[in-house]
Ligand binder design. Structure first.
Ligand SMILES: Cc1cc2nc3c(=O)[nH]c(=O)nc-3n(C[C@H](O)[C@H](O)[C@H](O)COP(=O)(O)O)c2cc1C
Ligand code: SF4
Ligand code: SF4
Length: 260
């Protein structure tokens, strides 16, 4: 039996959880590949089970993530899957809403879960987690991952209760989508004195919203405000509302290896 964890992660939280899940499966001698969708090449739908994970943006999963899955994995064929989100809050309706889509194409969704991780959206909304809150969230996330994998391995199920949230979550997400398209264009500028023209922001933007030119960086109107460009720039050259950015960095990942 071989699984694949298909995820998106703009700033590292979802990747942290995805890697922890892979490790937990491997402790139980189940092999799992990791696939990050913005890489967008070399994926083959050849797995016995899937784990789908993404960050929450205004209650739901980002559209480019769910569209990518629908395009590349067109039939569930009764295969089991786990759906998880990472978010700053304790719950969101993203996993529940996306599970419905997966069931429609024939997946058996056995686990839906929301894993609290440090907030990466503090430039715009909510507060930055303190160091203590970050450490607590990471510890709890790893415990949660163990439970998820145990539940899956023991053929049990686990679902979240986010029903009421769907009623307001979907319209809020629609408004967010309209607003976020111009987020980079309106709020970001790049200090061209600092910028090395390395091209990483252009290469890693999941929706091709950035063009690095010789003398300028230009944003289109397709932004999803994922925060990847601003937090991953190696020289912190982005300014938001003309102010320097306090870049989001998870503490160095300790080894995931765990002996059962
Ligand atoms: C555009 C955007 C919207 C967000 N909206 C929410 C939200 O509605 N609720 C929440 O709890 N966290 C929200 N967050 C926080 C992220 O979901 C959280 O930090 C996530 O773990 C980031 O994952 P990543 O590091 O894998 O990109 C939002 C973050 C971004 C960038
Ligand atoms: S990632 Fe930073 S340094 Fe590299 S091109 Fe973009 S703004 Fe410039
Ligand atoms: S331009 Fe927008 S979508 Fe692209 S990396 Fe930056 S925040 Fe994300």
């Amino acid at each position: 039996m071989k699984g694949c964890i298909v995820y998106f992660s703009a700033t590292g939280n979802t990747e942290y959880v995805a890697k922890a899940i892979k490790n937990e499966f491997e402790v139980k001698n189940i092999s799992c590949d990791l696939y990050e969708v913005s890489k967008n090449s070399g994926f083959e739908d050849k797995y016995d089970f899937y784990v789908f994970g993404a960050p929450i943006y205004a209650e739901l999963f980002p559209t480019f993530y769910t569209e990518w899955i629908k395009k590349h994995i067109t039939k569930g064929n009764g295969r089991k899957c786990i759906v998880f989100s990472t978010q700053a809050n304790i719950i969101a309706c993203g996993p529940t809403v996306f599970s419905k889509e997966l069931k429609k194409i024939g997946f058996e969704v056995v686990i839906e879960d929301c894993i609290t991780m440090p907030n990466n959206y503090y430039l715009v909304m909510f507060k930055k987690f303190t160091d203590q809150e970050v450490n607590d969230a990471l510890m709890k996330a790893k415990e949660r991952v163990r439970l998820i994998v145990d539940t899956f391995m023991n053929n049990r199920t686990h679902f979240i209760n986010a029903k009421g949230r769907e009623i307001w979550g979907k319209p809020v997400f629609k408004l967010f989508m309209l607003w976020s398209r111009k987020w980079a264009k309106k709020g970001l500028v790049v200090d061209m004195g600092k910028c090395t023209r390395c091209g990483l922001c252009q290469k890693h933007c999941p929706v091709n919203n950035i063009k690095v030119n010789k003398d300028s960086i230009v944003f289109s109107e397709n932004c999803t405000s994922c925060q990847r460009c601003v937090h991953k720039c190696p020289v912190n050259a982005f300014l938001y509302k003309n102010k320097e950015i306090d870049q989001y960095k998870l503490p160095k990942q300790e080894q995931f290896k765990r002996i059962s």
